[in-house]
Design a protein around this ligand. Structure first.
Ligand code: 1PZ
Length: 216
């Protein structure tokens, strides 16, 4: 094994992280959730410099979550559910506006990652079911229009559109996902999508039940 291996994206680690984030009684452990996201940063870094902005923004959101986890009330940030309960009970969610004098809430920060997870689920599904001549740039853009664009400001949508143009070919993507060939890759993608979707759906229910799907 190469000594650099842990810096390289491995879809198996992505699958394991999101799988491990889900407890038997459907609590979502933030540690697993965030390590899944850290694996995704490696994926973006493998795609090249054009994805730097998106990768840094992802790291930003992860850092805010980790800041909460290290804080005085860190033990409340063990699961999505305990975080929501804690921030709701203490008026920390920020339903009206984004505070300027303190870090953004865990709830509104996780919501950004949560929406992006839907993008990923859609994109991976398109990639898995695509034909040999499928164009990943287009798959990205379609998934983006559906899952994320409605929440992004104009300049962000422009920047993201540019990044999509730099998307590698389908063949190259499959090579990153699975060096062992396309068939194996499709099976891995299916497993990844299944685990992402389960975590997404539970989070979505938690957020919906508290009217938290539109936090500023
Ligand atoms: C392969 C890479 C595909 C990327 C998919 C599309 C993601 C677009 C994310 C663009 C983020 C760059 C600019 C900053 C955007 C922020 O305004 C928003 C909203 O946060 P706020 O301003 O409200 O604090 N940030 C986000 O939406 C977080 C997005 C996280 C990055 C998602 C990456 C998708 C995972 C790709 C894995 C291959």
């Amino acid at each position: 094994d190469s000594p650099f291996q842990e810096h390289q994206f491995q879809i198996q680690r992505l699958i394991s992280a999101f799988k491990a984030s889900l407890t038997p009684n459907e609590q979502i452990l933030l540690q697993g959730y965030l390590s899944g996201w850290k694996e995704l940063i490696k994926f973006m870094d493998a795609l090249g410099a054009a994805f730097g902005l998106i990768s840094r923004e992802t790291q930003n959101k992860i850092s805010i979550m980790e800041h909460h986890q290290r804080g005085e009330h860190g033990h409340h940030y063990r699961t999505v559910q305990s975080m929501v309960t804690f921030e709701l009970a203490n008026g920390l969610v920020g339903f009206q506006f984004l505070p300027e004098d303190q870090p953004p809430s865990g709830c509104r920060t996780l919501l950004r990652l949560h929406r992006a997870l839907k993008w990923l689920e859609l994109f991976l599904h398109k990639l898995r079911t695509s034909k040999k001549d499928g164009d990943p740039s287009q798959m990205c853009a379609e998934a983006y229009r559906e899952a994320l664009a409605p929440y992004h400001r104009w300049w962000v949508r422009q920047a993201v559109a540019l990044a999509f143009l730099a998307m590698p070919s389908r063949q190259e993507l499959y090579r990153i996902v699975s060096p062992k060939g396309e068939q194996k890759g499709q099976a891995m993608l299916l497993a990844a999508i299944g685990n992402l979707a389960r975590v997404y759906n539970i989070t979505q229910e938690v957020y919906a039940s508290h009217g938290m799907l539109e936090l500023p």
